[in-house]
Write a new protein. Structure first.
Length: 135
């Protein structure tokens, strides 16, 4: 199974989802992520994933241009912008959309911002776990 997870900047939500999808697939899926743009890997996303034992520190922020022409079984968009701007991919990929809040837009104290990252991480973790539970 080959899965592409798309977001706007491939810095937070899609990176977190890539980490969890890899973890919950237990090596049974090739999981990649990309963005409409590449904003760089967000250090807070790395931190909150490390808190739950998933290391995404070696991930790279990529644009979806790198995957045009690649066949996938699933294309999962994790934000509305990516869903609206996702190009056509050849093949029989099942397109799934599940929007999550953007933790990179969180405001407040450092603790409040980290808590927003944790909340989004937890939502994506549950979604990822459910995806593989129901396969």
């Amino acid at each position: 199974m080959k899965i592409l997870i798309l977001c706007t900047g491939n810095s937070c939500r899609s990176q977190i989802a890539e980490g969890f999808f890899r973890f919950y697939s237990k090596g049974q899926a090739e999981v990649l992520s990309a963005g409409i743009e590449a904003h760089g890997l967000n250090s807070k996303a790395v931190l909150v994933m490390k808190e739950v034992g998933v290391d995404i520190s070696s991930h790279q922020s990529k644009t979806l241009d790198q995957f045009i022409g690649t066949s996938f079984d699933y294309i999962i968009t994790v934000c509305d912008h990516a869903d609206e701007h996702c190009p056509y991919f050849p093949g029989n990929a099942k397109k799934i959309h599940k929007s999550f809040p953007d933790p990179a837009k969180a405001t407040g104290t450092d603790v409040e911002i980290l808590n927003q990252f944790r909340n989004v991480r937890n939502l994506i973790q549950q979604y990822s776990q459910d995806f593989f539970t129901f396969k």
